[in-house]
Write a protein that binds this ligand. Structure first.
Ligand SMILES: O=C(CO)[C@H](O)[C@H](O)COP(=O)(O)O
Length: 233
């Protein structure tokens, strides 16, 4: 089994231990959460576990439905007990870059609605400082060129994400600009950067998750390391 696959599987499955009967669970998106969803499906059958889930993407919805997992719309729950999701990068300050799979908008809304957020990653994604991975920014197709040009002027070196020859379209019908924040991430307050980008007219959301993550599960070759955020951080 390839090392990264193995680490994703270990981390994704380990986080299922956080799920208990009657909980409302936010299900993230991607190849790591795939293992969480799969394991949850098994646990629901084996332990007659009764949980309700909120999905963050059409892909997750499709997979969860195949396993018979009960899904409801976010608007139909009071709040979410726990969300489990992957990330493209995360660091020791519990700052993450998400959206490599294009689901960052729903992921951030669901994570923000959750009492607890667990991020599951393989060991390559746990880094000293986030920023090497391009930051996904979801933009409205209307006037996206304005945002693009502004990003160019401000040195963010944007790339319009493509699917073949066409722009990649998110589940909300928007485009994604992948921008470079590697030069500035150490020089700015990332909470302010997250807000600054979202304040540009036409930007819907960006993949910086600066103040949301509570616990990180890191899959490693010799097991899973769990890092809990200190209260008050
Ligand atoms: O943010 C995401 C999707 O929008 C994913 O969580 C992120 O891209 C990690 O994906 P994977 O688990 O497949 O490596």
């Amino acid at each position: 089994m390839e090392q990264t696959y193995y680490e994703k599987k270990e981390a994704g499955e380990a986080a299922v231990d956080l799920i208990h009967n009657k909980m409302v669970i936010g299900l993230g998106t991607g190849s790591t959460v795939y293992h969480t969803i799969n394991k949850l499906g098994e646990k629901m059958k084996d332990e007659k576990l009764d949980v309700t889930c909120v999905s963050t993407s059409s892909n997750t919805t499709e997979f969860a439905k195949q396993l018979g997992i009960k899904l409801v719309a976010l608007n139909d729950v009071q709040d979410i007990d726990l969300t489990i999701d992957g990330a493209d990068e995360i660091d020791g300050d519990f700052r993450a870059i998400k959206g490599g799979g294009g689901a960052l908008l729903f992921e951030k809304i669901v994570a923000s609605s959750s009492r607890k957020v667990a991020i599951i990653v393989d060991s390559t994604k746990y880094v000293d400082t986030i920023g090497a991975y391009p930051l996904p920014v979801e933009v409205l197709p209307f006037g996206y060129k304005y945002v693009f040009e502004r990003m160019v002027r401000e040195g963010f070196q944007p790339n319009l994400r493509k699917m073949g020859n066409d722009p990649f379209i998110t589940d909300s019908g928007n485009f994604i600009l992948d921008i470079n924040v590697s030069n500035i991430i150490d020089k700015v307050d990332t909470i302010n950067l997250e807000k600054y980008i979202n304040n540009i007219p036409g930007v819907i959301e960006n993949g910086l998750f600066t103040n949301i993550v509570d616990v990180i599960y890191i899959g490693k070759k010799d097991g899973v390391e769990v890092k809990n955020r200190e209260k008050g951080d």
